[in-house]
Design a protein around this ligand. Structure first.
Ligand SMILES: Cc1ncc(COP(=O)(O)O)c(C=O)c1O
Length: 481
């Protein structure tokens, strides 16, 4: 076992001392009885602040520095930062570290909302590229090398290229040529690999973007490895990005009291996957493939299984299971609700036509059996009117937009939904999950986007539409003309 931070936490917690520091529960002695009965006492004993024995994150010192260096080695980066505020903070820091006010950044239309938040913070100008779209499954893939090449030829002054790989459904971009292209313009390639922390730890998994030439990679260890929720990593491998600006951005965006439970979970998850990765993913891949083999036998369900490689879909994470439920006459949202409320199975992500299930080494054969039983029973439920799928048609030309930052700070007015077509959105309206914004500040509002939002609102009872000031979606904030 080589887990310096976990060891330091253990030693400190078990060394009796009078605690005159925060957190106020003082190793659990002041915690509410209810919480203590629920969580047990142990977890609070280890909920310690930045004590000298741990070293700090900014600048990295002592045990914390060693733990981050071990993570860098294991994941194949030059430098790695522990994140206690999720990949959300990593995505925002990566953009803040590479783009300033008025700088152009090339990014896919289906970015996570954290990237849009970073555009507001930084003042960067988005040059959006539409990802290749799978119309059968109504899912975005990734952006292609050709599309980026063409965009770069029109925007040679861009300061960074940002991609999402893998997507929620496990679709991976063709990273090596994207990295070569980015570097030929001396630009950093930032990869939001929030869903790909396990890549590279088994020969049948996609390789890590870090070995493919990416410069900054952000990974949520809490999504696919054994770390606590919010525990993520940001890796740097580049001379094009200033590490000290990146570090400052990370410090600005994160709590000054990071949870050491989360940070220690990163240390432990790294050690676990480093020493047992092959075995853990033999097991995970076997579970997922058993599940897929059974799903293929269920009529009226189709498994997401794109041919590889193809434009926008260079590789696929075999641990993800995505199915199309359209043939059942159900939307993904309705199927999700039935499975969750009545059949004892909870998916990760519903969309208009699909459901995505995340399989990890935390799952069991019994889980897969429950999934198959649940999916088989879905057919007994009443069909419903299906949702008209959103075709992401990209943003209007730049001349028609104002920057997300400008829109965020500009004077706004509230209009009934129907009157907002053609106006400029002042809000970041985003169904969650998956957290891909449908409207962003500065974007011209289209009828398609409004239709989609209304339908998701009506049908997606397990989905929260975040970001709009009117939660009933009857009105929207737009830029005052
Ligand atoms: C593509 C993508 N990037 C970033 C994030 C943010 O990750 P986190 O939940 O670790 O903050 C998510 C979250 O779902 C995501 O799907």
């Amino acid at each position: 076992m080589n887990t310096p931070l976990v060891d330091a936490l253990k030693n400190c917690a078990n060394n009796p001392h009078a605690t005159f520091y925060v957190p106020g529960h003082k190793q659990g002695k002041g915690i509410s009885e209810q919480l203590s009965a629920l969580f047990g006492e142990t977890v609070f004993r280890y909920d310690l602040p930045e004590l000298p024995e741990f070293g700090g994150l900014f600048p990295p010192e002592g045990v914390m520095k060693t733990a981050q260096e071990l993570a860098a080695q294991a994941f194949g980066a030059e430098k790695t930062w522990f994140l206690a505020n999720g990949s959300t903070s990593g995505v925002m820091a990566a953009i803040l570290a590479t783009c300033g006010e008025g700088d152009k950044i090339i990014l896919p239309r289906n970015v996570h909302q954290s990237a849009i938040a970073a555009l507001i913070f930084s003042g960067a100008i988005p040059i959006f590229i539409n990802p290749i779209y799978d119309l059968n499954f109504d899912l975005p893939y990734t952006i292609t090398v050709e599309a980026v090449k063409q965009t770069l030829s029109q925007h040679q002054d861009a300061k960074a290229i940002f991609i999402v790989s893998p997507t929620y459904q496990g679709v991976c971009a063709d990273i090596p040529p994207l990295a070569t292209l980015a570097h030929s313009y001396n630009l950093p390639l930032i990869v939001d690999a929030a869903h790909g922390a396990h890549f590279g730890f088994h020969p049948q998994l996609p390789v890590s973007p870090l070995t493919q030439g990416a410069d900054i990679v952000i990974q949520s260890l809490h999504k696919t490895l054994g770390a606590l929720t919010q525990a993520s990593l940001l890796h740097l491998q580049d001379k094009r990005v200033n590490p000290s600006r990146l570090s400052t951005a990370l410090q600005c965006l994160q709590s000054s009291s990071p949870s050491h439970l989360l940070l220690a979970s990163l240390d432990a998850a790294r050690e676990q996957v480093e020493t047992q990765g092959k075995h853990l993913f033999d097991y995970t891949l076997d579970l997922a493939s058993r599940g897929k083999a059974e799903i293929e036998k269920i009529s009226d369900l189709s498994l997401f299984n794109p041919s590889l490689p193809q434009a926008g879909c260079y590789d696929l994470d075999a641990t993800r299971i995505t199915i199309n439920v359209e043939q059942l006459g159900l939307t993904g949202f309705a199927a999700d609700e039935i499975l969750h409320n009545e059949l004892g199975v909870t998916a990760e992500l519903p969309t208009a036509k699909t459901l995505t299930f995340v399989v990890t080494f935390g799952n069991t054969v019994a889980d897969i059996e429950a999934l198959i039983t649940g999916l088989t029973q879905l057919r007994q439920y009443q069909p419903e009117t299906s949702l008209v799928p959103l075709k992401l048609s990209g943003l209007p030309p730049l001349a028609e937009c104002i920057s997300p930052r400008k829109a965020f700070f500009q004077e706004k007015t509230v209009l009934p939904l129907a009157d907002t077509v053609g106006k400029i959105s002042a809000e970041l309206v985003c169904p969650y999950p998956p957290g891909i914004p449908v409207l962003i500040p500065g974007e011209r509002i289209t009828i398609e986007a409004l239709n989609y939002l209304q339908q998701v609102f009506q049908l997606g009872r397990n989905i929260t539409i975040t970001g709009c000031s009117d939660v009933t979606l009857k009105q929207l904030q737009v830029i005052a003309s």
